[in-house]
Design a protein around this ligand. Structure first.
Ligand code: ATP
Ligand code: MG
Length: 461
């Protein structure tokens, strides 16, 4: 019924070339009542409409509601200009220089309000591969719809009438579980190659199939991603890894031919034969956390992605005669120096990653006061979760992880019983550490960056 109705509308009236009258789908058909959208987005639309503007909830939120998923956030599209939008709200600020958007604060919510974008003009500034560089023209709602990437993302919800306005058969495509590109896929990928990554992420996340016309060119056009600024790729990859479906995304990226040499982050994930099990386990773990609404720290994620590289360097240095702990620190620095820049890892995140790695050898000490000190460490939890991943992946014996699980849960008496006897070597090492630091090759445990807990090591002694 709806399909017939939509195709009648689409097949029939055309306004300008490539622009159609939209299908207006009533609430009786799609079932999304206005109480399903956030109160902030409802109020923003009401206010703008009250001042005579068009205003709709748009994009991901409408799509997610239609397939019964929980929207992440509610974006709003309007024909009001950024200045007009700002004037109508007490707490609003314009952000972005080239294409301005407005952040409107409503209670706890921040709504992103965007003025309809216009069609790309013939003289739009592009790079030599066709990637759009400047994109700052306002336009009509129909033009805005045509500028969006997939039909399922070009849906507008009007809280006043509770109707969905569908310019590109998005509702029908969603029903058929298809992610279809608006316009000619090759041209759209050339304008913005990141759309290839978005296709994979959205399809995996929403359980949709990428329409063959949109999936076919990916393999051959993937190389265009090399031309996209690193920070943008990094953002998109991070979205993908924290989508709750990272394992599916990574598998699909590989299947679509989006790997090797294109995305530094993906290379890190796929090019470690020894560490693949560990990385995949870590990603599955991350997916689980996201789906249970637990936070995912980028530092933990990157610590896992890069761990086997650290291990490889560490082994090499130890084999060359370097002492254990200094070798680990040298390996950490080497890996972070080479990958940090490529992956746009910030200094703060790099510091957190090092903390997690540096804790690992400390889990081996199960005698004396050191285990107690480790329990108190600010990053103990992250370090322990990381240790469990290492045991689960078979890198180290599971007995160590089990010991730490038990030690945490035990009471004072039981803990004391669990401690391992101090070995002769431990005492010797401790004595040596009391000498002036520069006289000893094995001084490094005191150099371990301990975050805010830099006293714990000395307390343990
Ligand atoms: P998510 O659930 O991850 O937020 P989303 O589709 O809402 O998915 P956003 O990045 O929030 O993704 O983008 C909001 C909307 O903006 C999209 O639904 C789409 O209509 C449009 N959009 C975003 N990125 C692009 C792009 N690269 N090309 C064209 N349209 C885009
Ligand atoms: Mg969104």
């Amino acid at each position: 019924m709806i399909r017939k109705f939509i195709s009648r509308v689409l097949g029939g009236k055309k306004t300008k070339v490539g622009q159609h009258e939209p299908a207006i789908i009533p609430v009786s058909t799609h079932g999304i009542t206005r109480d399903r959208i956030s109160s902030g987005s409802r109020r923003v639309c009401e206010t703008l409409q009250g001042h005579g503007h068009k205003a709709f909830v748009v994009g991901g939120a409408v799509r997610d509601l239609l397939i019964g998923a929980e929207p992440k956030d509610f974006d709003i599209a309007t024909d009001a200009t950024p200045e007009e939008i700002r004037r109508h709200f007490r707490r609003a600020r314009i952000i972005g220089r080239r294409f301005q958007i407005v952040h409107v604060m409503m209670g706890q919510e921040t709504l992103e309000v965007t003025t309809f974008r216009g069609a790309l003009a013939d003289n739009t500034k592009k790079d030599e591969h066709g990637r759009v560089l400047h994109d700052n023209v306002f336009g009509s709602q129909a033009e805005d719809a045509a500028r969006r990437d997939f039909t399922a993302n070009a849906l507008y919800y009007d809280p006043a009438s509770e109707a969905v306005i569908d310019y590109h058969h998005g509702v029908g495509d969603l029903k058929q579980k298809t992610l279809r590109m608006i316009g000619e896929p090759r041209a759209r990928y050339r304008e913005d190659p990141v759309r290839m990554l978005r296709a994979v992420r959205l399809a995996a996340k929403l359980g949709l199939l990428i329409d063959p016309a949109a999936s076919m060119p990916i393999r051959e056009m993937a190389v265009l991603l090399e031309n996209v600024p690193a920070a943008r790729l990094f953002d998109e990859m991070l979205k993908l890894l924290t989508s709750g479906h990272s394992v599916k995304c990574i598998t699909q990226l590989r299947d679509e031919g989006l790997h090797h040499g294109l995305l530094p982050l993906l290379d890190v994930i796929l090019e470690q034969p020894m560490g693949e099990k560990f990385v995949m386990l870590a990603l599955a773990n991350t997916d689980e956390r996201v789906r249970n609404n637990k936070g995912v720290a980028p530092s933990f994620l990157f610590a896992t992605l890069l761990w086997h590289e650290v291990l490889a360097h560490w082994e090499k240095l130890k084999a060359a005669g370097e002492a254990k702990i200094p070798a680990l620190h040298q390996a950490m620095d080497t890996v972070l120096d080479t990958q940090g820049e490529k992956l746009a890892i910030t200094r703060r995140i790099a510091g957190d990653i090092k903390d997690i790695w540096a804790l690992q050898p400390r889990f081996e000490a199960r005698a004396g006061k050191r285990p107690y000190a480790l329990l108190e460490h600010q990053r103990f939890r992250a370090g322990y979760d990381f240790l469990l991943l290492r045991t689960e992946s078979g890198e180290i014996d599971s007995e160590l992880g089990e010991w730490w699980t038990d030690f945490q849960n035990a009471d004072g008496e039981k803990r004391a019983e669990m401690l391992m006897p101090e070995q002769a070597g431990d005492k010797k090492r401790r004595r040596r550490r009391k000498k002036p630091a520069n006289s000893d090759v094995d001084r490094a445990p005191q150099e371990v960056p301990l975050g805010n807990d830099s006293s714990s090591e000395s307390r343990a002694e």
